[in-house]
Design a protein around this ligand. Sequence first.
Ligand SMILES: C[S@@+](CC[C@H](N)C(=O)[O-])C[C@H]1O[C@@H](n2cnc3c(N)ncnc32)[C@H](O)[C@@H]1O
Ligand SMILES: [Zn+2]
Length: 267
Amino acid sequence: MINYRCPSCYGPLKRDDTTYRCAQNHSFDIARKGYVNLLLAHQMGSKQPGDNKMMIAARREFLSAGAYQPLADKLVQLCREHKLQRLLDAGCGEGYYATNIANAGVTVAGLDISKEGIQAACRRSKSIAWCIASVADLPYLDGTFDSVLSVFCHLDEAEFTRVLQPGGLVVFVGPGENHLPNLRAALYSQVRPYRSAKQQDYFSELSLVSQETLSFDLQLNSPEQIANLLKMTPHYWSTSPAQQAPLLAMKQLHDTVDMSIQVYRKG
Ligand SMILES: C[S@@+](CC[C@H](N)C(=O)[O-])C[C@H]1O[C@@H](n2cnc3c(N)ncnc32)[C@H](O)[C@@H]1O
Ligand SMILES: [Zn+2]
């Protein structure tokens, strides 16, 4: 059971067969696919917030092929190491990492602002509490989780801290300095190292527990896989079709995945 709160009045939501409802009678239907939409109209920001259908489909196909399995394995290992039992995947996309973690026995909630993402996530797992909402306004009661996971997504320190129990952990994954250099070399005339995420850039209320790098080789053997990878990255939006053409004409891409994994604790 996940302790949702009403996005309108912040009171607890109670569930019946088809609906979540608060004491003030604000109600939210549970979709047939199994998720609940707790994103209010004024929180949407745009008509179709978050990743669109094309980006979600590319991510789903790419991740399902196992290309980023080492990260999924590492996250499961971290859950075991820290004995995590109730995790929120904040910005879960189409639910690949949340599903891997739930399959390891952790109770998982998955949240994303993209309706397409959450609908795809429902197909991955029936045992996860999937919900459409924003990381900037989490629809859970205070102290609901012992951990919040953020993989390549926005962070909201105040909200992450609020939904964590005392001593709870934030696991934050972002690009390391040498993430996908060959993909970037095919797109840009100059490839700069990524500025690796630093603690003080994000958190003041949480203290750093550990910081490590996960690096592994990536071998893509079809133009479709290469196109899927491009569509998963911000480079898809920051380059022109002419810039993308040489990359999309490649039949193979050998590259390095370099991720930074940081764990923080709420005091
Ligand atoms: C780069 S994707 C990462 C998805 C997933 N964590 C993964 O690694 O497969 C970023 C995700 O953040 C979601 N997103 C963007 N803004 C958000 C917000 N304000 N609240 C929740 N999710 C958001 C997008 O819809 C997208 O699914
Ligand atoms: Zn309410």
